[in-house]
Design a binder for this molecule. Sequence first.
Ligand SMILES: [Zn+2]
Length: 313
Amino acid sequence: MPEVLKAPLVVEFPFTRSLGPVQSAFLTGLRERVVLGVRTTDGRTLVPPVEYDPVTAQEIRDLVEVAPTGTVTTWAWNHAPRRGQPLATPFAWVLVRLDGADTALLHALDAPGPDAVHTGMRVRIRWAGDRTGAITDIDCFEPYDGEPEQPGDHTGEFDNPLTGIVAPARLDYTYAPGRAQSGYIDALSGRRTVGERCPSCRKVYVPPRGACPTCGVATSEQVEVGPRGTVTTFCVVNIKAKNLDIEVPYVYAHIALDGADLALHGRIGGIACDQVRMGLRVEPVWTEGARYPDHYRPTGEADADYDTYKELL
Ligand SMILES: [Zn+2]
């Protein structure tokens, strides 16, 4: 049995969003060192502000300024800060109810250790030097033993308000594909495609998942399939994906490799888009050093009879 593989996997993308009037005012306010909340119809002040009253679902737009000082309502110590977190040294995650607010804001508290943090402690915002209109315009909170500061009377009207943000999203983890897919990937390194047969219904799954989803039993018998296969269905892609070096239009297809009872996905090349059809016989094309076929091309054989793949659609 091959070794179960694992590899680092990073999924990363910039998430672009528009803000709407309330979040626009909140983030623009942070840029100007002003913290804004929103007042609900029953007179509560929510910080961070929301666009709809959580109780009545009414639209709320009544922005009010709150103080940069407040009280910790609960906290948790972070022993090992990760990349992108507010502070590089250990800190407390805190919920802070700012003076003038009825709800609490999540942020970081710079403190020497967990013994220096307690619920009810007084804190104050430490502003970032370089502010752009983001939650990170608050560097963090710091302990504060002075009087509550008095908020100004800002109502959320700013020159040059922020209307959108780009929030980078990143998932950074170790992926282990499991026993069945490790075998599949291992075989691909030798340019072979290996599936697994269900002991009950005899279907061959490619790529294998380790169990038959129909019968609910584990699969273990390896079966080599392909390399040739049949296009069972396909689409023409006309939209160019960012960072994908393939000219449009191109065809992406479901391909049932010979001997497989499940179609896999692949790009079809070596044929005009409008000539691709269900039943087209194809074979993989490998590029040097690749870990999977670059695309599939026609073999020149006669098209497969519909009855031979109709159960695989
Ligand atoms: Zn089965």
